[in-house]
Structures are given as C-alpha cells and as structure tokens.
Design a protein around this ligand. Structure first.
Ligand SMILES: C[S@@+](CC[C@H](N)C(=O)[O-])C[C@H]1O[C@@H](n2cnc3c(N)ncnc32)[C@H](O)[C@@H]1O
Length: 279
C-alpha cells in the first residue's frame, strides 16, 4: 500500500459511498448506469466467462454482466457495506458480492476471464496495487475493462465550482483529506492506457463517452454536485441552512460571471473506457 495514502482518506471515501449509496443509482438521471452499460458493451462478456467486478458499488456493472455470461459467474467486491447491501438487494442468480479491498484480493492467480472496474480506479487507495492484483487473478489473455471520468472535459461552470471548494472549506475551518491531483488525470487518453500498459496489459480498445446537461438553478446544481465526490459532498452537507443559502447565492453570481448564459449551470460527464489484454 502506498504509504502516502492515509487510513483517514480511505475512511473518508468509504463514508462517502456509504452515505450516497441510496441515491447512487438515480444520481444525475441514472448517469452511473449509462456508463456501466457502455463499459459492459465494450468489455463484451461471453457466455461461460468468470468475471470479477472491482469496486462494484451498487452492482450496476455486475448485474449487467451476469445474464451475458450465464452459465458463467460474476463476483463483485467493494469496501462500502451500504453500496454492497444495495448490490445484494438486486437479484441475479449467478452474482455474488463480497467485502474486499481491490488491493488485496483473496483469489488464486488466473481465476477470471474478465475483470471490470467501473468508475473505481481513481478512488482506490492504491491504484497500482489494484491493477497488479487484477493482472494476477486474470488468466493469460484475459481482459481488464476500466472506465474513468475524464475531468479535462468538464465545463467552465464545473471548473469554477470545483476551484471554489478549497477556499470554501478553509472559510468553514474544515480540513478534509484529499488524494493527490494526479488522480484527476487518470481518465485522460494519454494516462489510462499507459497505466494499463504499465500493469502488464496490451491495450486493445480505448473509447469515450461524453454526456452533459444543465441544471435549472443553483439549488439543483448544489444537489447534483453533492453527489460528485467526497469533497463537495462533505462540504455541502456540513453547511447549515444559512450558509447553504449563501453558497447558492455565490454560485448564482459565479455562473453570471461566465458571461454567456448558455454556459451557466452546464455540466459534462465524460469518461474514458479502456480494455487491455493480459500479456
Ligand atoms: C464510483 S463507485 C463505482 C461503482 C460501480 N463500479 C459503478 O460502475 O457504478 C466506486 C466504488 O469503489 C469502491 N471502493 C473504493 N475504494 C475501494 C477499494 N480499495 N477496494 C474496493 N472497492 C473500493 C467504493 O466503495 C465505491 O463503491
């Protein structure tokens, strides 16, 4: 495990996913399920395959893979009990969900034909160890399919909002653990394929998914961004009603400062999806 990653950061992250679990599937009009469906299409699971879904969350990817591999099977692993509870409440007969860290898989080498990692890599305590573990448990020629948010395609409105989070935390005397900024680049086309290559995979496919929309006002924007990550979530939740009103007023004027009304309250959700074959 990377010594720079504190247990505090991992607790903070698991708390975040425990907290948002009930609203995860409906966030941004079902955005996570659309990304999961695209990842599964690109991963192309085949009948009879055995699949591991790392950072399975509410099991979106696992439950989409399951019918495609029958009579094969799917195992989903995650650290958040609340996310796993939702995953287990959806029934597919050839799926099993286990509490386990991506960096310390209990499976024997060469157990799986396909490993999927939907929107999980940048959140993991040690992405390098997790990729090495995925490589170890895949058979030679097995595939790893990863989706990761591509943050450079965020809108000006998102950039403005996220730049304002650190000053907001300071103003409210909140000190929150954060991963290093290199994680924000994991979904870039010159980064994700290299990570896979460095972990012993021949990259066979790279594709993108770009979606977006607009919220109607600052309240809707704040609600949406509260689901976008541990930092905005913890900050927004920590604000009482008066400071929340103040934040929404600040967001309104920040959006006006963009100049073009068409840019205000606009967001992009963009992802890079890469598939690699174990060498
Ligand atoms: C954004 S969610 C992705 C869920 C799902 N794969 C999807 O595509 O919607 C990231 C998940 O990774 C899990 N996670 C974070 N760190 C982990 C770790 N070290 N090992 C296993 N799961 C982890 C979180 O609990 C969370 O459920």
């Amino acid at each position: 495990m990377d010594p720079d990653i504190s247990d505090e950061m991992i607790d903070h992250l698991v708390d975040f996913f425990d907290r948002i679990a009930p609203s995860y599937d409906s966030w941004a009009g079902g955005q996570h399920e659309r990304v999961a469906a695209r990842l599964v299409d690109v991963a192309a699971p085949q009948k009879g395959e055995h699949v591991l879904d790392v950072g399975t969350g509410t099991g979106l990817v696992a439950h989409l893979v399951a019918p495609r591999v029958t009579p094969g099977s799917v195992i989903g692993i995650d650290l958040s009990d609340n996310m796993l509870a939702i995953a287990r409440s959806k029934r597919s007969k050839n799926v099993q969900f286990l509490g386990m860290a991506a960096e310390r898989l209990v499976f024997k080498p060469e157990t799986f034909d396909l490993v999927t990692m939907g929107e999980a890599l940048a959140y993991l305590g040690d992405p390098t160890d997790a990729l090495a573990e995925a490589q170890r448990v895949l058979r030679t020629g097995g595939r790893l399919a990863v989706s990761n948010q591509r943050r450079s395609l965020s809108t000006r409105a998102q950039d403005l909002f996220f730049q304002g989070l650190a000053p907001l935390a300071r103003r409210h005397y909140l000190s929150l653990p954060r991963y290093s900024s290199e994680r924000a680049r994991f979904g870039e086309p010159n980064v994700l394929p290299q990570l896979l290559d460095g972990a012993g995979f021949e990259v066979t496919r790279v594709t993108e998914m770009v979606t977006g929309g607009r919220t109607r006002d600052a309240k809707e924007w704040t609600d949406l961004m509260a689901g976008a990550g541990p930092l905005p979530n913890t900050l927004i939740r920590a604000l009482g009603p008066r400071y929340r009103d103040e934040l929404e007023a600040e967001i309104e004027s920040a959006m006006e400062s963009l100049g073009d009304p068409d840019d205000a309250f606009r967001y992009h959700h963009s992802y890079l999806i890469a598939v690699g074959r174990k060498r």
